[in-house]
Design a protein around this ligand. Structure first.
Ligand SMILES: [Zn+2]
Length: 254
């Protein structure tokens, strides 16, 4: 066979050979050829060298990723440890002073809540916003209920406010937080539009909160009473972020 043609064929086959994918017959002829062709040997050596470099690089990246994850997890375990200690201290004080567990319930649920939230932020890759909001929603519900139960039913202090004020206001503000996060996650809105929507919802939130706690009646809301304190900042924000959102969208579409 023409020598030049043989070299070309070998060079074509080398990638397969380096990857260990060549057939036994090809392997034998390649090895035979490499023994007495300097040109092809050089190409072969370069290929092996590059492959080794690539492997080393990806190993370094693996190690880096592992260290980063480990560091985050140690941070998380540290906070869990701290939570455990604070719950334990509260339980001891509780049992010593009240002969019953009261404040440790509140401290315990707050700590669990904070730990769960942190875990999601550190470890969740997909739909981080939604997962964080889910933990936040469940966590605040549990926390409010625990505070109410502990204070009103176990400690005989305070009033029952959770149904009249607690849950309605909580639901309202969770809605204010959820809508922008959902738009971001599922409708892929840009972040500026989400902030604008959030600010619009904050205005509604401000007024409805005042309705719930009885500061305002419907008529006040219709006349937008206290516009400066309830809505002015947000309106400016909506206009500002709305403009930024439009400009950014324009760039993305070009
Ligand atoms: Zn050759």
């Amino acid at each position: 066979m023409d020598r030049e043609l043989a070299c070309e064929i070998i060079k074509d086959l080398l990638p397969l050979y380096v990857d260990g994918m060549a057939s036994d017959v090809s392997k034998k002829s390649i090895e035979q050829h490499l023994k007495h062709c300097e040109d092809c040997s050089e190409v072969y050596n370069n290929m092996v060298f590059n492959l080794e470099m690539e492997e080393q690089l990806s190993e370094v990246q693996d190690v880096k990723r592992f260290l980063k994850k480990t560091k985050r997890m140690y941070f998380f375990y540290g906070l869990c440890g701290l939570s455990f200690i604070s719950i334990l201290v509260c339980m001891i004080v509780d049992l010593a002073l009240n002969n019953g567990i009261t404040w440790s319930l509140i401290v315990g649920s707050s700590c669990l809540f904070a730990d769960a939230f942190l875990y999601v932020i550190l470890d969740c890759k997909k739909n981080k916003g939604c997962m964080a909001m889910a933990v936040l929603s469940i966590g605040t519900f549990v926390l409010l209920s625990v505070i109410q139960i502990t204070r009103y039913y176990l400690m005989d202090t305070g009033t029952c406010w959770i149904f009249r004020y607690g849950f309605p206001i909580l639901l309202l503000w969770l809605g204010v937080l959820w809508f922008p996060v959902l738009c971001r996650t599922f409708l892929k809105w840009n972040i500026w539009d989400c902030i604008s929507l959030f600010m619009l919802l904050v205005i509604i939130g401000n007024y409805v909160t005042k309705l719930i706690i009885g500061d305002y009646v419907w008529n006040d809301v219709l006349h937008m009473r206290g516009f400066v304190s309830n809505a002015l900042g947000e309106v400016i924000g909506i206009i500002l972020f709305g403009i930024i959102g439009r400009v950014k969208n324009g760039y993305n579409n070009v």
